[in-house]
Design a protein around this ligand. Structure first.
Ligand code: NCD
Length: 353
């Protein structure tokens, strides 16, 4: 009922629809009670996360044999995906591409909008409508905040809607990164995320991964977060308000060393100076927010170190050999959990045994 009302409204005006509270428009991105377009981390419920973890675990196991891998690759061999990446990407692109291939999907890609007809003046809307003429799924990364949502909204108002997965939209959201981050926490903590103290470090203002991961904390009990950043790059107020509304305690500090011994997980991030037209980032001393080899003795023996990657200087490569450094496992988890998400979107999860 509500869905129809919102759909009709959205037909009238994108700007008004875009401004609606997420709770009011969530239905518009669902179909038959399931997520249809994965655009925001807030869409990911505890129940869905648990089910995706289970699918990802089964995919890992089943594909170990040729017979199993061939079976999984038969499940979506009739489907095609478009990877539209208008921003640089290595692991999000490759993990999605390989996730599609694990499920047998055929893929096409645009990795640079200067090679699409957008340079001839075609609008973004017409470009993405064109994708939907040829494929069954769009996976997109774009520098503009809200870009994936706009695409999903547009296609849901056409007679050929296809699901849209947000692979990073400007500074605002990166829900599938949050998905692989939480899958990594789930695996490393053997299913016990409740009660953990998570420290997020770095450029919290412009990093979309920490924003999306913060939203996911709503699904867990007794979580606390410490945000560690230079004062120029503090976490934005909308996320702090969200945490308050969900009774998730947090602290904000510039003193990384003070929270290191208390952390169950430390999530490092990179300075996002590609967003910086004014050169603001260059003036900031970022070195107090690096994790160095000498810090290994300051953290708990059970504390894990994550990073969405790519890294620059914020984690010393000498740290990589410590068993608590899990970022290489984390990037591989991305492929499995993204395959699980695609399987769920296409409703084939029950065939994966
Ligand atoms: C992140 C991104 O693109 O936001 N990378 C990724 O998807 N693995 C983080 C970053 O670029 O710093």
């Amino acid at each position: 009922m509500e869905k129809t009302i919102i759909k009709n409204k959205s037909n009238q005006n994108w700007e008004d629809f875009f401004k609606l509270d997420l709770d009011r428009k969530m239905d518009f991105y669902e179909k038959d009670g399931k997520i249809y377009d994965c655009l925001f981390a807030q869409q990911l419920s505890k129940e869905l996360l648990e089910s995706l973890f289970d699918i990802a675990d089964k995919l890992r196991k089943t594909t170990k044999t040729k017979e199993g891998a061939d079976f999984i690759a038969s499940l979506l061999s009739h489907k095609k995906a478009m990877l539209y990446f208008a921003q640089p990407s290595t692991r999000t692109f490759l993990s999605f591409l390989n996730a599609c291939h694990i499920l047998g999907m055929k893929t096409s890609e645009i990795r640079d909008s200067s090679t699409s007809s957008e340079v001839k003046g075609e609008s973004h809307d017409d470009t993405v409508r064109t994708f939907s003429s040829y494929v069954d799924l769009i996976i997109m990364r774009h520098p503009a905040p809200g870009s994936a949502e706009r695409t999903a909204w547009l296609l849901n108002n056409t007679n050929r809607p296809i699901p849209v997965l947000n692979a990073g939209s400007g500074k605002d959201q990166h829900p599938t990164q949050a998905l692989l981050d939480i899958y990594t926490l789930h695996r490393q903590f053997k299913g016990h995320i409740d009660g953990k103290r998570i420290v997020m470090v770095g450029d919290l203002k412009r990093g979309r991964t920490v924003r999306s991961l913060s939203y996911l904390m709503k699904n867990y009990k007794n979580i606390s977060i410490d945000f560690v950043s230079p004062k120029e790059f503090k976490m934005e107020q909308d996320i702090l308000d969200f945490l308050k509304a969900h009774n998730i305690p947090y602290t904000e500090t510039e003193d990384f060393a003070s929270v290191m011994p208390k952390a169950d997980a430390i999530y490092m991030t990179r300075i996002q100076d590609e967003h910086d037209a004014s050169g603001e980032s260059k003036k900031v001393d970022y070195s107090p927010f690096y994790f160095k080899e000498e810090h290994l003795k300051m953290i708990k023996s059970s504390c894990i170190l994550l990073h969405p990657l790519p890294r620059r200087f914020e984690i010393d490569a000498k740290v990589d050999n410590d068993e608590r450094a899990v970022y290489w496992r984390q990037e591989r988890n991305g492929m499995w959990i993204r395959a699980a998400l695609i399987a769920y979107i296409f409703g084939i999860e029950n065939k994966i045994k």
